[in-house]
Design a binder for this molecule. Structure first.
Ligand SMILES: [Zn+2]
Length: 537
């Protein structure tokens, strides 16, 4: 082989290598260590659970769950009668699905996980990539810089005679893949084939797609369980100000999937989406014999429909209430199934959310408005041109041409000033002023730092002010998430540790606010495996 060919080969190998390892950011719990709240504690002598479940309700703000709690008398009530009800705080402004799911499974914020958003501008590819999709839209875990719970299970399996299984199911690819990390079996919904798919499909999945096809549900009609009760519970009309609908659904009931332009997409924004995921989780329990032996298995169930419904109609809406009431009912059956298959008291669970959302906002800013304002400001320094590559939350990227300009620093200053004039933005900052060494920073500077991947984030970072959302002009929302505001960061955390004893269901959460970075470590402890953050990276 010629030297040149060898060099080319070496370069190909280097290009294929994963991103260099990095030191995890230790998120200091604001509660002093001596008072670190003891949550999810397992009493000494308790038998290991046979199955550990991470149940994620996508976009479930603490404020909205508390408001609906009294009406939830099914599955959620059962979980609360057995578990601890706390409030969890997501640590950064990256309160969106991919960073949130990565954090739940890895214990790491965006600064170390590398998952900064659902999608971002990739400077090398000069294209938008998704958290689990490369520039060619191929599924990948390459952007996740750290191990997840699936990796922790795989590491433990290497030294034990019986393997623990790690399976995740969701409508969303990112929600199934990221909590597991680089190993395990993630299964998600593919709207193109209207079927379940996986990077590592178990043998039974094709049969499941054949015997329980999703396609017949494309003609489903979502009608409210009880309109009179919804009117009382919400105190508003079905068509309240600000409600938009999504995926072809209008603002008011009924929502006919078959009448939308793309019913395969409409599945995401209707309760049937959650039901299909819980049906699949139930099938996985049986087919994989989850919890059948004393080596604990992991099942991640992420319920995406609540997220689309929140975006479409807001959490105060009839739709959001009806969706949670339906989930409450369906969850009761799922929890009974866990008792039947695994045994009462032999499974453990954390039920929580990847992020919250704003109450019906007072204002919205579009990415296009930000991009236009940024480009105009850059042009005052650089002259006319195409200077902005992307402005999706939470950062603004300059184009290659802008980065090549010697006056780019001046242009960045102009862009910062221009964006600060938006009344809906709380902070607009140069990313480089807040990137790296998060442990030396405090307050908002610390939280902004946790939001930033120094290599990946755009040159300018921004976060909305309370009551304001950012969104695509082509994808308007009733509400949204992604900020440092409590309504985005705070989520309910219901913990059912092994060896728990049933009790009266609490009417409100404990006074304890736990850092969401701890969830992965607690789950790993219950599973008897090393926390992902302790694995080599
Ligand atoms: Zn989400």
């Amino acid at each position: 082989m010629s030297v040149r060919l060898e060099l080319l080969g070496l370069m190909a190998v280097l290009a294929a290598c994963p991103a260099p390892p990095r030191t995890p950011v230790r998120v200091p719990n604001p509660v002093p260590a001596t008072q670190d709240p003891a949550v999810g504690v397992v009493a000494p002598g308790t038998a290991a659970p046979r199955l550990v479940v991470l149940l994620v309700v996508d976009q479930l703000p603490a404020w909205a769950f508390t408001a609906k709690r009294a009406a939830l008398t099914g599955g959620f009530d059962r979980l609360l009668r057995e578990g601890e009800w706390h409030t969890g705080r997501h640590p950064s402004a990256a309160t969106t699905t991919a960073p949130g799911h990565a954090l739940l499974g890895t214990g790491e914020p965006s600064a170390t996980s590398g998952i900064i958003a659902n999608s971002w501008w990739d400077r090398d590819a000069q294209a938008v990539v998704e958290s689990v999709r490369d520039a060619k839209h191929a599924v990948t875990t390459a952007y996740l810089r750290v191990p997840g719970l699936g990796d922790a299970m795989a590491a433990a399996n290497a030294t034990r005679p019986i393997a623990g299984k790690a399976i995740a199911v969701s409508l969303k690819d990112r929600a199934a893949i990221l909590p597991l990390g680089h190993a395990g079996v993630p299964i998600w919904y593919d709207p193109k084939t209207v079927a379940w798919t996986s990077t590592n499909p178990p043998a039974w999945l094709a049969e499941e797609n054949r015997t329980h096809p999703i396609r017949p549900h494309l003609k489903d009609v979502w009608r409210p369980l009880d309109p009179a009760r919804l009117a009382t519970l919400t105190g508003i009309a079905d068509a309240a100000p600000g409600e938009l609908g999504d995926k072809g659904f209008g603002p008011t009931f009924p929502h006919d999937l078959g009448a939308t332009k793309d019913p395969a997409q409409a599945i995401y924004a209707a309760p049937i989406g959650n039901e299909l995921v819980l049906d699949l989780a139930t099938t996985a329990l049986a087919q994989e014999q989850l919890g059948a032996d004393d080596v604990p298995d992991l099942l991640v169930v992420s319920l995406s429909a609540n997220d689309y419904i929140g975006h479409a109609w807001g959490h105060e809406s009839w739709e959001a209430w009806d969706a949670l009431l339906r989930l409450d009912r369906r969850l009761e059956a799922f929890v009974s199934e866990l008792d039947t298959r695994v045994g009462a008291g032999r499974w453990a669970m954390i039920a929580t959310s990847d992020h919250g959302a704003s109450p019906m906002p007072k204002g919205a800013i579009t990415y296009q408005q930000l991009e236009d304002a940024a480009n105009k400001a850059a042009a005052t320094e650089l002259g006319g041109g195409d200077w902005i590559a992307d402005a999706h939350f939470p950062s603004v990227y300059l184009t290659k041409a802008a980065l090549a300009q010697k006056d780019r620093a001046k242009a960045l200053r102009k862009i910062v000033f221009a964006l600060r004039s938006f009344p809906g933005l709380a902070r607009v900052e140069r990313t480089s002023d807040f990137a790296g060494h998060c442990d030396t920073r405090t307050g908002d500077a610390f939280r902004l730092c946790l939001t930033i991947d120094p290599q990946r984030t755009g040159e300018i970072i921004y976060v909305p002010r309370p009551g304001w959302i950012v969104m695509g002009a082509d994808d308007p929302h009733a509400t949204a998430h992604g900020s440092l505001n409590d309504y985005d960061q705070l989520v309910p955390v219901i913990m059912l540790p092994p060896g728990r004893t049933p009790h009266a269901a609490p009417a409100r959460p404990s006074e304890t606010t736990i850092q969401m970075v701890r969830v992965a470590t607690i789950l790993a402890r219950w599973l008897g495996v090393s926390p992902p953050s302790n694995l080599p990276r």
